[in-house]
Every structure is written in C-alpha cells, then in structure tokens.
Design a protein around this ligand. Structure first.
Ligand code: SF4
Length: 291
C-alpha cells in the first residue's frame, strides 16, 4: 500500500481501510482549508489502486468491514473507474459493509442519476459532503465553489440513488456578522435534503490559510464558545428533517450534541442550554476544524 502526502479521513472512518484513489483536491480553493494546499490534484491509475487493494488483502486478510478512498473529492473519478475499484474491493473483502468517499456538491452534480445508481450498485454506500454552509454569501466568501441550490440538488440525487448522505456543517464559518443567516439558511438546505447524517464541526483556523489572514486583519471575526453554541441552537431549532442523525464527532466542538431528528430536538436544545450555563472562560481555545 502506497500513500502520498498527508492522509485525511473523517473520524467516522477511523477503523476503515484507507486506500488512496485520488491525490489532493480538484477544487482546492476553500479559504479555510489547508489540507491539500501544496498538492497538485491527480487521479491514480486504476491498476495502482487495485494493486494496493490486493496488498491490503494479503496483509490484513478478508475481514475488512469498511473502506474509505481518500483524498478530497474522489467522487470526481470517472464513474466506470470508481465502480471498477469498488467492485474489485468487494471481491477481495466479502465482509465489507461500507464503502465511502468524499464528494462536494459540485462534483456529485457532475454525475447523472444513472451514474450514481451504477456506483450504488457497485457498492458505494455513503458520501461525506463538506457543505459547510447553506448560506450563499458565506459559501461565496469561503470560495466553496458551490451554491445552496446545488447542495440541495446533490443531496437529493444521492438519496434517490440510495447512497447515504453525510453532510458537514461548519459552525462559525459565517463569522459574527453572518452567524444568524448561516444557521437559518443551512437549516433550510439541510431540511430540503434530510441527510442521513449532519456532522457538526466548529471552525478553528488552520495555519497558512487565507482566512487566517482575514482573522489577523479583523476582516473575519471568530465566534466565542457561547456564540458558537447559540449558532448550533439556532440551526437545530430551524431543522425540519426526518430521520437525520446529528453528530458532534469532532474535537473542535465545544459541546457533544448528538441526537436524531425529529425526536431528539428538544433534548439537544436542552443540552445546549446547559452548556450555555458554563462560564465562557472555562472553554478551551479553538481547535482546527479539519485535522
Ligand atoms: S474543504 Fe474540501 S473542497 Fe474545499 S479545498 Fe478542502 S478538500 Fe477541497
């Protein structure tokens, strides 16, 4: 198994086999993201990916239950090639229960519905989607390269194809001036999709990112811990999802808010209110929301 650069994966893939299918990110412009800044994007050869899968089979044996194909936006691969490596992985690891990739809305939307169905039938089970925000101004400011309408379109297309949708919401990425719009408009977008998972991360700046300079100049104002919690409260209050799991599965968060919508909404709001009773000085400083 060969790896190039730093390998990132969502915390929920901590126990997954990681086989690099792409190197870097084809977008690579988000102002808060330092993950692949010095990496030129490329798709690995299918033969090389298959060689690595075979090496993993020889090393670990057949009992692999989940597989994640880094790097950023592996959904960008040609459908036939992605389907081929997924099917090959399933032939090597008969106990696989989950195969996942990263995929932003703009890259998911490059796929026709029948291509997503083909990927589902090959064995793709879930896409990790960094929507970050459902507010058009915030998305534009952070150069996400997508719009709220495209995020909804991508989420619905995936659900129609039977692929699970795992959306990432970045608390505080709207700064102080856009926190209300960021929460309310994100809730609107998420409610239109009802993703299987809504994963909360709280924004903390990474070094050598454009947003770090905006913070230094005062152009971007970070939320305090209480402001971040109030933003999550507003988001959850406005969510109208059926069957979505909210998870705070990241160290960047100030409180561990988890629950299922709609049934756990009240409980989650209560938990946030309890956290808001803790003096702000007792929260630790912001942590990177990526690493
Ligand atoms: S946040 Fe995702 S889409 Fe944006 S540059 Fe980083 S890896 Fe690429």
């Amino acid at each position: 198994m060969r790896y190039e650069g730093v390998i990132y994966r969502p915390p929920s893939e901590a126990y997954s086999l990681l086989i690099q299918a792409t190197i870097g990110c084809p977008h690579n412009k988000c102002t808060f993201c330092a993950m692949y800044k010095n990496t030129r994007f490329r798709i690995r050869k299918v033969e090389d990916i298959k060689e690595d899968l075979l090496a993993a089979r020889q090393y670990y044996g057949e009992y692999i239950e989940s597989l994640f194909f880094p790097d950023g936006n592996t959904i960008y691969m040609k459908t036939a090639q992605l389907a081929e490596i997924i099917a090959y992985a399933r032939s090597l690891f008969p106990h696989l229960q989950r195969i996942t990739v990263y995929g932003s809305a703009r890259f998911v939307n490059l796929k026709k519905p029948e291509e997503l169905l083909q990927l589902r039938q090959a064995g793709l089970s879930r896409i990790h989607m960094g929507m970050e925000s459902g507010d058009d101004i915030v998305l534009e400011r952070v150069r996400k390269g997508t719009t709220p309408a495209e995020i909804i379109e991508a989420g619905k297309k995936l659900k129609d194809a039977g692929i699970e949708v795992s959306e990432y919401y970045l608390v505080g990425i709207g700064g102080k001036d856009r926190t209300v719009e960021h929460a309310v408009n994100s809730a609107r977008v998420l409610s239109a999709i009802s993703p299987d998972f809504i994963r909360i991360r709280t924004f903390g700046p990474d070094r050598n990112t454009p947003i770090e300079q905006d913070i230094a100049s005062g152009a971007f104002q970070m939320l305090t811990p209480h402001e971040a919690l109030k933003e999550i409260r507003l988001l959850i209050e406005n969510l109208d999802c059926g069957g979505s799991n909210i998870l705070s599965d990241h160290i960047s968060n100030y409180s561990n808010i988890n629950g299922r919508l709609p049934e756990d909404k009240r409980l989650m709001l209560k938990q946030i209110d309890r956290s808001l009773n803790i003096d702000e000085t007792r929260f630790r400083p912001p942590r990177s929301s990526v690493i």
